[in-house]
Write a protein that binds this ligand. Structure first.
Ligand code: ADP
Length: 270
């Protein structure tokens, strides 16, 4: 396997002290890679750094074997697609207009889409199951539909790497699974490297090939879900009582929150 992302001694500060502190790790091509960690630990900052939205003050970042500094904006956009955290959208675009925007790095000077671009957009909408919404405006969609439209735009970008910032936050259970299954299909059928920030440690356990746990801007651990999602590491990072056992549906950890009122019951004394 070759390397999709290689990060060495990366640090970043918004101005009030470091948010990412001397971080080094790499992500293999074709992996479903999930970044987890408590609020404010630097997950979004790390994802924005990989996407090129923000530039680290220190360290190196290579994408597909080349320094991010050597990429033009257009080539970077053909290499990495970014699905931002779900925001309230009030711009007056239709679904097909937004998805077609994924083709902008491929358009000529006049910015006119060709037949091929429209076909790719239609394929992306079919892949995420939003083709029936093509003419609807974005502000007339449910949260789950909107999330799939933004994923369709990223697929339309036809990049080798896709980054997603908490794509399942605020979705109901069925939509969470649907988004995660979509990403797994993208990885398997199109060999895309999927890099996701997630709040949900159980989804991360079920879908991630590799997980990165960060806390206070530093790496706590990286590896398979069973290596990263240990009781000690989670309790230390999140500072709450948890139970870690094996999921009834497969060989990966299941994490159960233990509310204070149950924390003295003997089975939960880890
Ligand atoms: P996470 O995604 O893990 O919740 P973030 O990367 O969003 O963490 O934030 C890490 C830290 O950086 C937090 O303390 C946050 O307040 C701070 N931070 C994030 N964005 C900005 C910004 N634009 N300006 C200043 N500080 C920021």
């Amino acid at each position: 396997m070759s390397t999709a992302i290689d990060i060495k001694n990366l640090s970043y500060s918004y101005g009030n002290g470091p948010v990412l502190k001397d971080i080094s790790f790499s992500i293999q091509k074709g992996d479903f890679f999930i970044i987890i960690g408590p609020n404010g630990s630097g997950k979004t900052t790390l994802l924005k750094t990989i996407s090129g939205i923000i530039k680290p003050q220190r360290g190196q970042l290579e994408i597909l074997g080349q320094s991010i500094r050597s990429y033009t904006r257009k080539v970077l956009a053909k290499t990495i697609a970014f699905v931002p955290q779900m925001v309230q959208v009030d711009f007056p675009f239709t679904v097909s207009e937004l998805v077609l925007m994924g083709r902008s790095p491929y358009l000529g000077l006049l910015g006119l889409e060709r037949e091929k671009d429209i076909k790719i957009a239609e394929h992306a909408m079919a892949f995420t199951g939003v083709e029936h919404l093509a003419r609807r405006r974005l502000d007339q969609l449910s949260g789950g539909e909107r999330q799939r439209v933004f994923i369709a735009r990223a697929i339309c970008q036809d990049s080798e790497i896709i980054l997603l910032d908490e794509p399942t936050a605020s979705l109901d259970l069925a939509h969470q699974v649907r988004v995660m299954d979509l990403m797994e299909r993208l990885k398997k059928e199109k060999s895309v490297t999927v890099i996701m920030v997630s709040h949900d440690v159980n989804l991360a356990a079920m879908y991630g090939d590799r997980l990165l746990l960060i806390n206070k801007g530093k790496i706590v651990s990286m590896g398979r879900p069973d290596e990263v999602l240990t009781f000690q590491a989670l309790e230390e990072a999140y500072g709450c009582m948890l139970l870690v056992d094996e999921s009834p549906i497969g060989k990966f950890p299941r994490i159960t929150l233990v509310p204070q009122k149950f924390s003295n019951s003997s089975p939960f004394k880890n």
